[in-house]
Design a protein around this ligand. Sequence first.
Ligand SMILES: [Zn+2]
Length: 329
Amino acid sequence: MSKTEPDAHADLPLPCLADYVAERAPTTPEGGMLAHRLDGLDDIAGERVPEGLPPIVDAHVHVFPDQVMEKLWAWFEDYGWPIRYRMSAPRVVDFLLSRGVSHVVGLAYAHRPGMADALNAYMAAVAGKNPRVTGLATVLPGEEGATEILEAGFDMGLRGVKLHAHVQCVAADDGRMDDLYALCSERDLPIVFHAGREPKSPAYKCDPWALCSAGRVERVLRRFPKLKLVVPHLGADELSAYRMLLGHYDNLWLDTTMAIAGYLPGGGELPLASYRPERLIYGSDFPNLPYAWDRELRIARDAGLDAATLEAFLGGNARALFGIADADS
Ligand SMILES: [Zn+2]
């Protein structure tokens, strides 16, 4: 696989590689994947992690205080999909770990200015109680004291940052992001940034398609070569563009959260084996799922990956990225 050294391109006025494969997945519905509320699936959930899988890090689990989570669920029920697992954060963690997941990475995002400190303190408390939970901080980009909010979160033991372009109305290449990228580069802590343009809902305050593109993300990758950037959902729905970026930039990771479930409109069969193997990360979006918690684990098991790639995808890559010890069991 050919890889471009990111430093070499940081300041070159080259057109974005992503622009060459700019696409609109032909099956993405007009108005976005959430143009209409989706129905849940009645698929049968397993009692345990499927047999024969290597140790699993679920790197995309939502941990919010109850009152915030309940508002999120109300939004999903109206505009997204039915939530199959309504449980508070401590039960979320117990549910996954007791079924054989070895480690959980908890994510939250701030919807308004002034709420990040409370989300971060809550996350730190959940992670602090269990060595098998890694918590990430959040902030609303551009809010007063944004870098200090993140620094305070890191001081509480949080190991990276979660952001959401659609909810926070911020583009990856927005100037308000620069200080945050610089801070995370300096601290060597990853940012998990929902910077893909789907699933778009007309109910968002901002238009995700106007805010998000693989080209914008590529500009960030060039400008901040030391940043570790994770784009969830395989960058849906610009799947080809993100897969290409993954091959060219050493500061990009993709998580597969909800993207391999065969649930969201469009998509189809994904050639997981053709992705850069050391940069693919498993995550579930638990508990905000409209289908069985282990659905994507079963699909991953059957995706035709060799043993080393499957081990890296389901756990090893996330351990390396988030600095998670191997000792969990
Ligand atoms: Zn999520």
